[in-house]
Ligand binder design. Sequence first.
Ligand code: AMP
Ligand code: MG
Length: 396
Amino acid sequence: METKIFRLNEYINSGSLSEEDIEKLKQAGEILKKGGLVAFPTETVYGLGGNALLKDASKDIYAAKGRPSDNPLIVHISDMDELPQLVESVPEMAVKLAVKFWPGPLTMVMKKSDIVPYETTGGLDTVAIRMPEHKVANMLIKLSEVPVAAPSANISGRPSPTSAEHCIEDLSGRIEAIVDGGASAIGVESTIVDLSGEVPVLLRPGAITVEMLKECLQREVMLDPALEKPLDKNIRPKAPGMKYRHYAPKAPMIIIQSEYSSGDSETDNMSEADKKFEFDEGLKKITECAIRNIEEKCAEGLKLGIICSDETMDIYMHEINDQSGKLHSYRDKLEIMSAGQRANEITIAHNLFAVLREMDERAVDFIVAEGFSQKKLGYAIMNRMKKAAGQHVINV
Ligand code: AMP
Ligand code: MG
């Protein structure tokens, strides 16, 4: 099938939807309503949408992505009015969280109602629901007049798509249409919290942090055990997606992590000078260890990808470009990219998947990546990075 590209020119230029943009969204909405598949931008990543109430549309989503069909889909709505019909009942906690964080990058798992087919929920009695904030996503869902099931619009296992180009790479010819609304702002997938039991459980970290959830609910939020350790193949995890290798570049990857790498120390009573010292020491340990690992792999004849940060780029460039540098003799075998600024984590979230995809493009054999802060948004970033690295982390 030929995939239509609906490029929203005015929206990409100015952030407002023109008549022409809306006309394109009407056509895309019509495709969704009839059971076809459309990839579209959201503030987290691009979604691959289908009518959530049609079991065949959900089956087609799994087929287009090559995704195992026990990995449930998130159902997207555009208005609070659409929620009650999809769930058995709306838990009080869901109301509190929706008031505070919807529309936005938060997905809530609740007991499903009968109208949601098991094909959409991967066989589960619960359904995951999100109301995206992105203007295009919101308008498209409204115009389709149905709840829209949408996992990330990538081939299963590849890094999530944060631009229409990424969707075209993965899904062109496999779906009816792709809506191009420019790059996704946040860049990592939504936070998922399970509200189907007594205790709220964080299933996937995202831009809405666990601290924000606790503050809003005024109670503890448990971390799903699968977040903290790699899963045993025999366990059926609560968020079934977690058992699959995810977000992964083609090349094997290791992460070099230091507990001091965040720059925002736990101990708030530390002086600024001490914090800076700790931060610099952490970065020194990371870059030294990374350079040792890079040298070792290059000596084996491999082409290496280095994922670093704006703060450390110069250190590698010096080792590469200086005649006496440790990496100088391997300079033709190195691909170096910064994921963003440690001091501004949102830049790292925004770039991460594009950098992982670019490493595939550059056909590296092995990736050495710096680790980032594990706090706040950093927790979500490191969750994705560890999955990409198959949990291979060296602590220094
Ligand atoms: P993606 O759409 O690719 O961001 O993946 C959606 C994620 O949401 C998957 O990893 C699922 O495991 C999770 N998810 C969706 N529905 C449920 C549910 N009913 N219970 C638990 N996790 C869910
Ligand atoms: Mg995904």
